[in-house]
Design a binder for this molecule. Structure first.
Ligand code: GDP
Ligand code: IMO
Ligand code: MG
Length: 427
């Protein structure tokens, strides 16, 4: 009964969408379990490119059940727009299920996300301003509204009234801003609820029934390990748990059901948003890789910050996720560089540090210690077997596995579904 989790090992945008799309072919069900429409997953199939923010990448196959589980925060407008986007492109969403327990992103969440960022000035986090953080804040504060509430108008109206009074007071007193109109939000959201009704389900039951029936379930991570609220570079993180354990919590599946955890590794490092980034290449080479790799955010179009691969980060990701295999992406982007560097440790106050430090203050002061490997010149987008890669590329990939203690499972050499080298059975 394979239940496989795919997580990002860095700061997001590792190519999870591409890897999920590849693995989804062998799956019966694909589940999103955390985050919201802060995510941006790009999938390329032949000439077609799809950008998905909320709906699992498995939706591109006609026969996979796709689940948005309770750990996700759902902006209903974004969800319905994404459904319409897929319909326009001839893709059915009949197989979509959305948890009744998933929390809703409300208009005040989006506004407050932006206001908090603007007010923070130099201390801003660089959020996607989609209201994701404030929605999780309300969930933890136990004043959140949930997808299932939309189907019970009286309950929804009563809860909304209480919460909105408080939010409008906050907007007036803390930000000197006009509040939101209760009736307008009520009517808009109840209409969203009606449109979402066919998709709403008890998804923990749906997922566990599938696992118990021997179906293959794939858990699609969003964001990355270094953006995890507990295990990332706090406070420069997102407000959910992108690590593997988050899949169990967010989907309502016990850890004993999970059979493998794959970590997606970009062959170098990128980050959007603020916060420390020890191996950042704030120079012409970083700019060159950004252009070659077209490293601009799927969700916000912001230029991604670029750096060398960081094995200290990857070892941390291997540990907190219990990785069983690595899926290394974008290896093709590195063709043509004379040499490649991997940070194998950090130097802090003269001492070598092999484990990712606890505490952001230390991270600001560390200096990466690099190992240099030879690059390769030839393009590799057409290679389909590991042994056909240039020896330098094979060595680079093997070194990543050695430094992390995690075997290679998959190598991606291009955006298209076809540009993939599987090194073993993945399910
Ligand atoms: P995600 O958030 O982890 O799903 O990653 P994004 O989709 O935001 O960003 C990854 C980008 O890299 C997308 O544009 C993908 O199409 C692209 N991509 C994925 N794998 C590869 C690869 O092996 N080579 C190249 N050149 N692009 C890739
Ligand atoms: P995918 O799934 C990259 C970053 C934001 C910001 C921080 C907090 O495509 O990998 P938030 O809006 O979540 O409160 O912002 O997290 N961030 C991402 N960076 N990829 C993502 O998703 C991200 N989702 C959030 O840039 O630094
Ligand atoms: Mg992305």
């Amino acid at each position: 009964m394979p239940a496989v989790i795919v997580v990002g090992t860095q700061w997001g945008d590792e190519g999870k969408g591409k890897v999920i799309d590849y693995l989804a072919e062998q799956a019966d069900m694909v589940v999103r379990h955390q985050g919201g429409n802060n995510a941006g997953h790009t999938v390329v199939v032949g000439d077609a490119e799809y950008k998905l923010h909320l709906i699992p990448s498995g939706i591109l196959y006609p026969d996979k059940l796709c689940v948005i589980a309770s750990g996700v925060v759902v902006d209903p407008k974004v969800l319905l727009d994404e459904v319409a986007y897929l319909h326009n492109r001839g893709i059915s969403t009949d197989r979509l299920r959305v948890s009744a327990d998933a929390h809703l992103i409300m208009p005040y969440h989006e506004l407050l996300d932006g206001l908090a960022e603007d007010r923070a000035g130099a201390h801003k986090l660089g959020t996607t301003r989609r209201g994701v953080g404030p929605a999780y804040m309300d969930k933890a504060a136990r004043v959140g509204l949930r997808v299932g509430d939309l189907l019970r108008p009286a309950t929804f109206a009563a809860r909304l009234k209480r919460v909105l009074d408080e939010k409008n007071r906050l907007l007036a007193k803390a930000y000197d801003m006009p509040g939101f109109d209760f009736d307008e939000i009520l009517q808009t959201y109840l209409a969203y609820g009606e449109a979402m009704r066919p998709y709403i389900a008890n998804t923990s039951v749906v997922i566990n029934d599938a696992i118990d029936a021997g179906e293959r379930v794939l858990f699609e991570g969003a964001q990355g390990t270094m953006l995890d609220i507990d295990h990332g570079t706090y406070p420069y993180v997102t407000s959910s748990h992108p690590v593997a354990g988050g899949a169990c919590i967010g989907a309502g599946v016990g850890p004993t059901k999970i059979t493998a955890v794959y970590g997606v590794v970009k062959a170098y490092t990128s980050r959007v948003g603020d916060g420390p980034f020890p191996t950042e290449l704030d120079d012409a080479l970083g700019q060159e890789i950004r252009e070659r790799g077209n490293e601009y955010g799927t969700t916000t179009s912001r230029p991604r910050r670029i750096g060398w691969l960081d094995a200290v980060v990857l070892r941390h990701a291997a540990r907190v996720n219990g990785l069983s295999g690595l899926a290394v992406t974008r290896v093709d982007v590195l063709s043509g560089l004379s040499e490649l560097k991997i940070a194998i440790a950090y130097r802090y106050q003269g001492e070598l540090m092999y484990e990712f430090p606890d505490g952001l203050d230390i991270l600001h002061e560390v200096e990466p210690v690099y190992e240099t490997l030879p690059g390769w010149q030839e393009p590799i987008g057409d290679v389909r077997r590991f042994e056909d890669l240039p020896p330098q590329a094979q060595r680079y990939l093997e070194r990543i596995s050695e430094l992390t203690g995690v075997p290679l499972a998959l190598v991606s050499v291009g955006r298209d579904r076809a540009c993939t080298i599987a090194l073993r059975e993945l399910f």
